[in-house]
Design a protein around this ligand. Structure first.
Ligand code: NAD
Ligand code: UGA
Length: 456
């Protein structure tokens, strides 16, 4: 049985390896991590991350051909193919601080692979990395063992959290970058293609050179984030002029050249990758002396910051420019629905800005409360986490919807209204509620990118 090892058992490594193990029963798949707590959780069959459908896929192959371990040297040694999906956060020190990718974990992994290998291997870059990182990895790996050969491939991951399993099982495309100019490079690409053809149509598997593959991943995330900043900038314009952003999104999205997805105005995009990857792109463009291109992409992030700030400003203005000691029920803290992940969640900045205004917050979220407590740990006196949304809204002056969890739209808002202080406000940062109905109940409703419905 060919052996696959994955270094990094996080949001990408865990689900990706579970799906590979499920689809390729003849491969033995081992996922390793330095975080013992994470490894233990995976091994117990209760994944350390919330992802719909994940637990079933894991339990289908756990201890059959899917293993989790913290014994990294053994897993490296026994592997024929090593996926690397460690984190690549933004650098927060020295040259490029705040923009460039911190490749510390990445290089550490390369050196570990080199130190523990006694046979040639294919190394697959799954993490999102700056263009030409595979080249650096290849140079480190091929630096000492004259008799061992390491082929480094780029195979960026395009899954989105909350839909990871369906994205992995039915990907729009699989991208594999490899060295096409040598036989060993072409053979490595063939071996990786063989894994994916177990369940993905060959036409959906694109093979390219390594650099184009790395660049495509950064560009794809930049394009997606750009669409959100574009619609959010139009939402700001709509609010000033009385247009309805939902109608505008529908009208734009019906153009088959544009398509309807990723046109939901929101409190801003979050998640561990969009901001980090765009900052990385901006840094690289500056490095390659393309300041105009760097400025262009940086604007996507600036609009995102503006959108979060604008949402808080709208709350303040509607509530008579004062939220001191007013209680705001925050509906949703995850960066999107169907995940417990709060990395770069817009809710973090919005809650912090509201607390700066001396508001009191009752945060509710079906999956993200443990992370919310950690993220706002220093604000404990003014922030309260509450499982039950009805309790979160009790005696509150306002509700702010920050995550588009469908259950928030199903609540009995008559009951919610009765339990709140008056005048009661709703600020729907995801436009998921029935605004007309809320207005009829008595709420002052402030949607995003649409005129408010106010009794005041
Ligand atoms: P994560 O932080 O959830 O997981 C990374 C894991 O790597 C952690 O558990 C960490 O302990 C482990 N790790 C770090 N250094 C290690 C080492 N030397 N040896 C063993 N384990 C080590 O991160 P993630 O969200 O899975 O993202 C990983 C990469 O994939 C990033 O580059 C990210 O940009 C990219 N990516 C993420 C997503 C996503 O939805 N989260 C999607 C596509 C691509
Ligand atoms: C995103 C990409 O969609 C994935 O293809 C990519 O692999 C991944 O980043 C990555 O590299 O990490 P993810 O961040 O998990 O996936 O989730 P998205 O669905 O892209 O949502 C990102 C943010 O944009 C969320 O905060 C979401 O609420 C927001 N969003 C999304 C909007 O505000 N409006 C929309 O119309 C769509």
């Amino acid at each position: 049985m060919p052996n696959i090892t994955c270094i990094g058992a996080g949001y990408v490594g865990g689900p990706t390896m579970a799906v590979i193990a499920a689809k390729c029963p003849e491969y033995q798949v081992t996922c390793v991590d330095i975080n013992q707590e994470r490894v233990d959780a995976w091994r117990s069959g209760e994944p350390p991350i919330y992802e719909p459908g994940l637990r079933d896929v894991v339990n289908q192959c756990l201890n059959r051909n899917l293993f989790f371990s913290s014994d990294i040297p053994s897993a490296i040694k026994s592997a024929d193919i090593i996926f690397v999906s460690v984190n690549t956060p933004t650098k927060d020190f020295g040259e490029g601080a705040g923009e460039a990718a911190n490749l510390y974990y990445w290089e550490k992994t390369a050196r570990e692979i080199l130190a523990c290998s006694d046979s040639s291997k294919i190394v697959v870059e799954k993490s999102t990395v700056p263009v030409r990182t595979a080249d650096a990895m290849s140079r480190i790996l091929n630096s000492s063992h004259a008799n061992l050969k390491f082929e480094v491939l780029s195979n960026p991951e395009f899954l989105a959290e909350g839909t990871a399993i369906q994205d992995l099982e039915r990907p729009d495309r699989v991208l594999i970058g490899g060295n096409q100019s040598t036989e060993s490079g072409r053979e490595a690409v063939r071996q990786l293609v063989d894994i994916y053809t177990h369940w993905v149509d060959r036409e959906r598997i694109l093979t390219t050179d390594v650099w184009s593959s790395e660049m495509s991943k950064l560009a794809a995330n930049a394009f997606l984030a750009q669409r959100i900043s574009s619609i959010n900038s139009v939402a700001a314009f709509a609010e000033e002029t009385g247009a309805d952003i939902t109608a505008v999104s529908s009208a734009i999205g019906m153009d088959s050249r544009l398509g309807p997805r990723f046109l939901q105005a929101s409190v801003g995009f979050g998640g561990s990758c969009f901001k980090k990857d765009i900052l990385n792109l901006v840094y690289l463009c500056r490095h390659y002396n393309l300041p105009e291109v760097a400025d262009y992409w940086e604007q996507v992030i600036k609009i995102n910051e503006f959108q979060k700030h604008r949402f808080v400003r709208n709350i303040l203005q509607a509530m008579f420019n004062n939220v001191v000691d007013k209680r705001i029920a925050v509906f949703g803290f995850a960066f999107k629905a169907h995940t417990g992940d709060t990395r770069e969640s817009p809710a973090i900045d919005i809650c912090r800005q509201l607390v700066e205004e001396k508001a009191l917050l009752n945060i509710t979220d079906p999956e993200a409360l443990p992370n919310a407590r950690r993220d706002l740990n220093d604000l404990a006196g003014r922030v309260n986490c509450e499982e039950d949304p009805y309790k979160a809204a009790e005696n509150a002056d306002a509700i702010a919807v920050l995550t588009e969890w469908p259950q928030f739209a199903q609540l009995d808002y008559q009951r919610v209204f009765q339990s709140m202080r008056k005048p009661a406000f709703v600020f729907d940062g995801r436009n998921i509620l029935d605004h007309q109905r809320l207005f009829q109940i008595g709420f002052n409703v402030h949607p995003l990118g649409r005129p408010p419905l106010s009794h005041l």
